[in-house]
Ligand binder design. Structure first.
Ligand SMILES: [Zn+2]
Ligand SMILES: [Zn+2]
Ligand SMILES: [Zn+2]
Ligand SMILES: [Zn+2]
Length: 115
């Protein structure tokens, strides 16, 4: 996949000459589609963490709904995440008590162990 174009166009608009390279996706983009502050293309800028604005987001906070990166989101369970800002606001984190399979198996055992 080696393209040797003398003048590469922006990979987003395909109109303006590409003058920058996105830090994250390595797209070649024009100044219009490049965010100098984050050094990313406009597509990645939308996908960036809305808390620190540096890393790509991996999900969103269940409390404030903002996108967050792996550093700014803390996992609550398999699907839910909360951002560090909401976590610090809520002194008591809304971590659910682990009513996991342990308890269920114990109940099962107490039933089956009956003679
Ligand atoms: Zn462009
Ligand atoms: Zn990008
Ligand atoms: Zn972040
Ligand atoms: Zn939040």
């Amino acid at each position: 996949m080696v393209k040797t174009q003398p003048r590469q166009l922006c990979e987003i608009c395909n109109q303006n000459p590409a003058t920058h390279t996105c830090k994250h996706c390595k797209r070649k983009v024009c100044t219009k589609h490049y965010n100098k502050q984050t050094e990313t293309c406009s597509i990645c800028t939308q996908a960036l963490c809305q808390i620190c604005g540096r890393k790509l987001s991996i999900g969103y906070c269940i409390t404030c709904g903002r996108l967050g990166c792996i550093d700014c989101l803390k996992q609550i369970d398999n699907v839910r995440r909360i951002c560090i800002e909401c976590l610090s606001k809520n002194k008591q984190p809304i971590l659910p008590r682990i009513t996991g399979p342990q308890k269920i198996t114990q109940q099962l055992f107490s039933h089956t162990s009956r003679k």
